[in-house]
Design a protein around this ligand. Structure first.
Ligand SMILES: C=C(O[C@H]1C=CC=C(C(=O)O)[C@@H]1O)C(=O)O
Length: 372
């Protein structure tokens, strides 16, 4: 492990997933595994790990299940522990402000939400859809992710800060609050989040926002849809599942979310964390219900390609243990350009302006670290 006094340095192209319990840092590419079929993907990754003796594979699944994953068998794994890289002594990055373009515009996003609401109210089968928007940032110089990631880890201690290489030299980075799937031995866990409020400006407003969320019929329904899909996705693989009777509240520095921790015991230890993550993905926290129809509506209403936003980022060991988080609160970086993504679950009761405000508050996770 390359570390100085408990600090782990990140290099260009390093993979990082720093969660509350485990941090994985990996470098170099021995092999890229890009099978779209979940069984073939998981089988190939396990075989490559066993053959190479590399302890973990790392990488990302795209939002679209027909698109190729980008899972890497790395050259080296420098850290699989609780060591966080933010202690690393890196030069701060203080660029001049970037140009920022909204795609779609705020009004365009509101129109898309209104169209989805109309479709749901017309009862044409769609029950929930997650619609996203983007901010395109262009800097005058190369973006220094190594200098941004420590701040993200520091400001999101209970989230999962990540950076993962993508095809073509880009990097997806962010601080996801949402655990898609972890597996340790026979125990699996998923922590779906859905239903949100921006944090309040003072203590009283903040508490009121949380209480309002916990009592909101629209948000509770939006959340139930995701929990049901996760339970349904895990059931074929588990001998037992434990599901709390209702959600609790979790906070990030910018958002309140409804949260349900689902745990289970695996029937078959040959089913890896990667296979399980692929079985759950994309949950209605990033797509919608029913899934095929939601995907079509997203394709019609979002004026950009999601790529790996709304996908999954994580690692998997040769024995099948691993951790995969939902690819949200994130951006894609290439050279001097960055595209940030933010989405919200749209229900028949959704108000377009409230959903726009929610996406703005979600952008703040990254904008704060960028000093914007
Ligand atoms: C799709 C996103 O968030 C999901 C996760 C938590 C809460 C959500 C919501 O309340 O809409 C979203 O389902 C995003 O941050 O881009």
């Amino acid at each position: 492990m390359d570390s100085e006094g408990g600090a782990t340095r990140l290099f260009d192209g390093s993979f990082l997933l720093a969660g509350p319990e485990t941090t994985v840092v990996a470098d170099g590419v021995r092999a890229v595994v890009a099978e779209t079929d979940p069984d073939e993907l998981a089988t190939r990754v396990t075989k490559d790990l066993v053959d190479s003796g590399v302890p973990v594979a790392v990488g990302a699944l795209p939002f679209d299940g027909d698109a190729a994953p980008h899972v890497l068998v790395p050259q080296s794994v420098r850290c699989t522990g609780t060591v966080h890289p933010y202690r690393s002594p890196v030069e701060p990055w203080r660029p001049s402000p970037p140009t920022v373009t909204e795609v779609p515009t705020g009004d365009g996003y509101r129109r898309a939400v209104a169209a989805a609401v109309s479709a749901m109210r017309a009862d044409e089968g769609l029950r929930k859809v997650v619609l996203a928007r983007t901010l395109e940032l262009t800097y005058a110089e190369r973006i220094r992710l190594d200098a941004l990631l420590p701040g993200l880890v520091e400001t999101n201690p209970s989230g999962y800060t990540f950076a993962t290489p993508l095809p073509g030299g880009a990097t997806l980075f962010g601080a996801s609050p949402e655990l898609l799937l972890s597996r340790r031995g026979s125990r699996v866990e998923s922590n779906p989040l859905a239903g949100s409020r921006p944090r309040g400006a003072d203590d009283a407003a903040d508490r009121a926002a949380g209480a309002e969320l916990l009592a909101s019929a629209k948000d509770l329904a939006e959340h139930r849809v995701v929990v049901a899909a996760v339970v349904e996705g895990l059931r074929p693989f588990c001998r037992s599942l434990t599901v709390p009777s209702g959600p609790s509240l979790v906070g990030t520095p910018t958002m309140w979310h409804l949260s349900t921790k689902v745990t289970g015991e695996l029937v078959d230890l040959d089913v890896s964390a990667l296979r399980l993550a692929a079985a759950l993905h994309p949950t209605p926290a990033v797509c919608g219900t029913p899934r095929p129809l939601a995907r079509t509506v997203i394709g019609e209403l979002e004026p950009f390609s999601r790529g790996f936003y709304g996908g999954a980022v994580g690692w998997c060991s040769a024995s099948g243990d691993g951790e995969w988080v939902v690819g949200i609160r994130c951006g894609e970086v290439l050279g001097s350009r960055m595209r940030l993504y933010s989405g919200a679950g749209i229900m028949p009761e959704s108000d377009p302006t409230a959903e726009l405000d929610e996406t703005s508050a979600k952008f703040a996770t990254l904008l704060r670290v960028l000093g914007l």
